[in-house]
Write a protein that binds this ligand. Structure first.
Ligand SMILES: Cc1cc2nc3c(=O)[nH]c(=O)nc-3n(C[C@H](O)[C@H](O)[C@H](O)COP(=O)(O)OP(=O)(O)OC[C@H]3O[C@@H](n4cnc5c(N)ncnc54)[C@H](O)[C@@H]3O)c2cc1C
Length: 433
């Protein structure tokens, strides 16, 4: 079964194109990261099973804002955020909140986040994210072409809006730095210029950054589901099973399902989003993965004549044009995986959106909360477990998992199958914590 693959320092090198001979790989998690990685592995001749406790697109990949934000290659932890955070925290429904019952639990992560905001760390993080963004952007359209999902990609651009001229001025050097990495943007400095880019925005917003190359997906759930169907059609297997532990015995790896059954595999990929650290811990890797909970409301189609995605940066939310409706949301709630959702956050963002887009029809919206899988330095973990090179981690994409999915999938597949990854995986290693 596995004889046609040689292990070289943990990586596999392909000897045959016969899929029946390919290695038996289990990917845990059927979110956008797991499914895209599974497709890339399948296309290299592996036999791939995706296991998910609930099903395809059950987690954060279901309800996100649908943006391929390739220009967003800076870690969240930055001196600017550290300065703004205390002010935000005083507003219980503001862009950032920490529910009291979780304040002590999140403290170590916050400390790491603060440390990650040092200039040298930010520079390292930006480099790692820029490389991942580049490989993701370079492969996205080809990946979509291959999987028959190209029609779901929209080139609508993004408008980042500012009412405070000082805040706008403060962000310009960042955009200039991004331009040096090839990001195309235009600074709009009048209400009329903004109106031309998108009508119906309250004139209190007189400054904006237009990024025309910003891409969006028609609907993130539809996209992930379509990829799931493609994967099954191409010979992959999706199994509804929870996994509670990973085990290494000599040269073998196995997983223990929630129902107590053990399953061996040639290789296991952990792509379980905000739950991944539980599995990593069973192999002795303690990774400071937390969740930044986000909220949104999806309004019916026609709620607003929206030409492009709008980002209200100072208010921490986004308005996205999806084929399934207008999605208003964002915010960060550092509240862990177990506290019940507080939908007054979604209400607060919707009220603000109505103020900023007076013609927005806010009736009949559908509310949602999702768990962003977040690491303190915003750099996802992509690479082998410490105890076994037969286990590969792929999680912690935070605010940008959809954006970084095509690149992550490519790097995971190259690493697992013994090819040289297009980008050196060192900056993404689990052992950096
Ligand atoms: C409000 C909001 C807006 C966002 N907007 C954007 C955006 O515009 N652009 C962007 O790029 N990103 C965005 N994101 C981030 C993006 O959604 C995530 O980074 C991405 O979906 C993470 O994908 P994932 O596959 O790692 O995790 P998930 O989609 O959460 O998938 C993980 C899967 O693993 C399964 N699982 C977990 N534990 C186990 C287990 N033990 N056994 C079996 N299965 C298990 C779960 O059931 C789940 O299906 C947003 C997130 C939120 C919350």
């Amino acid at each position: 079964m596995f004889s046609s693959y040689l292990y070289q320092g943990g990586a596999m090198s392909k000897q045959s194109d016969n899929r029946m001979d390919g290695p038996d790989i289990v990917v845990i998690g059927a979110g956008i990261i797991g499914i895209t990685a599974a497709i890339e592995l399948l296309s290299r001749g592996a036999r791939v099973t995706v296991m998910d406790r609930t099903g395809v697109a059950a987690g954060a990949s279901q309800g996100n804002a649908g943006a391929f934000a390739f220009s967003d290659a800076s870690p969240l932890a930055s001196p600017g955020i550290i300065r703004k955070a205390p002010k935000w925290l005083f507003d219980p429904l503001g862009p950032l909140s920490i529910p009291l019952p979780y304040a002590v639990r999140i403290a170590p992560w916050m400390y790491r986040f603060w440390r990650a905001s040092r200039a040298d760390q930010v520079a390292r993080g930006t480099e790692a994210l820029t490389a991942l963004m580049r490989v993701s952007r370079d492969h996205l359209e080809n990946f979509m072409e291959r999987t028959g999902t190209r029609h779901m990609l929209h080139h609508h651009g993004n408008l980042q809006l500012y009412e405070d001229k000082a805040a706008f001025k403060a962000v310009l050097p960042l955009w200039q730095r991004r331009a040096e990495h090839g990001v195309d943007y235009t600074a709009l400095e009048s209400v009329d210029a903004i109106k031309e880019a998108q009508a119906g925005i309250h004139p209190r917003f007189s400054r904006a950054i237009l990024t025309p190359a910003w891409l969006g997906i028609s609907d993130p759930k539809d996209y992930t589901m379509a990829l799931g169907r493609y994967f099954e059609g191409a010979g992959g297997r999706i199994e509804i099973s929870g996994v509670k532990a990973l085990e290494v015995a000599g040269d073998r790896v196995s997983l223990l399902r929630d129902d107590g059954m053990r399953r061996e595999a040639d290789h296991i990929v952990v792509a379980a989003g905000a739950w991944s650290h539980y599995l990593a811990r069973t192999l002795g890797d303690h990774i400071p993965l937390e969740t930044e909970r986000g909220y949104n409301t999806t309004l019916p189609i026609g709620a607003f004549d929206l030409k492009r995605q709008l980002s209200f940066e100072e208010h921490g939310f986004i308005v996205s044009p999806l084929t399934t409706g207008i999605r208003v949301g964002g915010a960060v709630e550092l509240g862990g995986l177990k506290l019940p959702p507080n939908y007054s956050r979604a209400d607060a963002m919707l009220r603000k959106a109505k103020m900023f887009l007076p013609k927005l029809k806010i009736a009949n919206g559908r509310q949602w909360m999702g768990f962003r899988p977040s690491l303190p330095d915003s750099v996802p973990v992509i690479g082998p477990a410490t105890q076994s090179s037969r286990v590969t981690y792929a999680f912690g994409h935070g605010h940008l998992g959809l954006t970084q999915s095509a690149g992550t999938a490519k790097l995971v597949a190259q690493h697992v199958m013994g090819e040289t990854p297009e980008v050196d995986l060192f900056p993404y290693r689990a052992q950096r914590f």
